[in-house]
Design a protein around this ligand. Structure first.
Ligand SMILES: Cc1ncc(COP(=O)(O)O)c(C=O)c1O
Length: 388
């Protein structure tokens, strides 16, 4: 299996077609985008401008500037976790961290377990580099959290990695400490790596965030992916990070070196300057409060229209279930044509997402409300026309 075989066997983003169609329409409500609508906080913009003016525009260190790596190690150390600077690599967003993490542990033919519905990148990147993906579905009935016994029944000697994503895109599930512990215990029994994607760490509305890094002391095959994209509204700056065991350091370094040479320099200095500031803490707190308000608006409106949904406990999405028997691709296409609302078909997130659709809460509350009103009207018509 070559990389080209892998590339040929993954499909490009599914929602491109919907976007293209939407671009020819007026009065479209796009609820598909997982990108914060707020602007970059001023304090961060100012810091970036300052560093651009002061010459932080050249290549920087491969794994990121040491001061930012130290800052990240310290964030975990403050929680009593054993994360050292050497474990931290600054990456071009979480996307790049997932790629570097997988590329450093997966061999052709290895198996990766992905709980579905899941962010599509995990399965795509694993496939690209020649691994086999085994989806283990989670369901609305148990809040889309994985069942450790089910994991134990499928994990096997070819399983090289399992992926955890809490808070989850698309379901908003948040795993508690006990569940995290159990999942990591099962992975450790099989000697599998755990790749934990924690990009929505700051967006938890119910329960508490638990990092897989908490278990890295007792199990040394834990990788943590994180990002500044959503928290600081800088999706275009491309900055995230990867925490990984020392034994993977050399491989990760090579992937980063030949993949992109270094993360953007000015952006790292800008983040370093402001990350602990009161302005940023306040900004993140206000963002969380606003998303919680929007989540409530979305869930209430969906309930009002009789659409089944498990209220998300975190992240930036709501993942309603369609009435049984409806095809999510067809539903989202007709929804766009009839009501000019863009939503993401659930099967984008693997087999566990079939029969669902995803809307994001990154638009203002009144837009979400209007979008859900149109969705509700459409579901009623669609269901009666199908005789479901
Ligand atoms: C779960 C999850 N992980 C990773 C990413 C990618 O983030 P980044 O912009 O940092 O590459 C996203 C983006 O939507 C995401 O939802």
């Amino acid at each position: 299996m070559t990389l080209i075989d892998g590339i040929d066997s993954v499909r490009a983003s599914k929602i491109e077609d919907l976007f293209e169609l939407a671009s020819s329409m007026n009065d479209v409500i796009n609820l598909s985008i997982g990108e914060p609508d707020a602007d970059v906080p001023d304090v961060l913009k100012d810091a970036a401008a300052r560093h651009i003016k002061n010459g932080k525009n050249k290549y920087g260190p491969l794994r990121g500037i040491p001061q930012l790596r130290e800052k990240i190690a310290a964030k975990y150390a403050e929680r009593g976790l054993d994360v050292k600077v050497e474990n931290v690599s600054i990456t071009m967003g979480a996307q790049n961290a997932i790629f570097a993490g997988f590329a450093s542990v997966l061999r052709s033919g290895d198996e990766v377990i992905v709980f579905s519905p899941a962010f599509p990148t995990y399965a795509a990147v694993a496939t690209l580099i020649g691994a086999r993906v085994r989806f283990v579905n989670t369901t609305l009935n148990n809040g889309y959290v994985p069942d450790p016994d089910r994991l134990r029944s499928v994990i096997n000697s070819s399983t090289r990695a399992i992926v955890i994503n809490s808070p989850s895109n698309p379901t908003g599930a948040v795993y508690d400490r006990r569940l995290m512990r159990e999942l990591i215990d099962v992975a450790s029994e099989a000697g599998a790596y755990v790749l934990s994607d924690e990009v929505y760490e700051e967006f938890v509305y119910e329960g508490s965030f638990v990092s897989a890094a908490e278990f890295a002391d007792s199990y040394d095959r834990v990788l943590v992916v994180n990002s500044f994209s959503k928290t600081l509204c800088i999706t275009g700056w491309r900055l995230g990070y990867l925490l990984a065991p020392q034994e993977l350091s050399e491989r990760i370094g090579k992937v980063l070196l030949y993949g992109h040479t270094c993360p953007p320099t000015f952006a790292q200095y800008a983040i370093l300057d402001v990350i602990d500031s009161d302005e940023i803490k306040e900004f993140v707190k206000r963002s969380r409060e606003e998303y919680l308000r929007r989540r409530d608006v979305a869930v209430l409106a969906l309930n009002y229209h009789g659409i089944e949904v498990c209220p998300p406990k975190g992240a930036l999405y709501v993942f309603p279930r369609l009435p049984a028997g409806l095809d999510d691709d067809e539903f989202c296409l007709s929804l766009l044509n009839r009501e000019r609302v863009v939503a993401v078909p659930g099967n984008t997130f693997g087999p566990g997402g079939e029969g669902h659709f995803r809307i994001s809460i990154t638009s203002p509350a009144q837009i979400i409300e209007e979008g859900v009103r149109r969705i509700g009207r459409f579901v009623r018509e669609y269901v009666s026309s199908r005789g479901v």
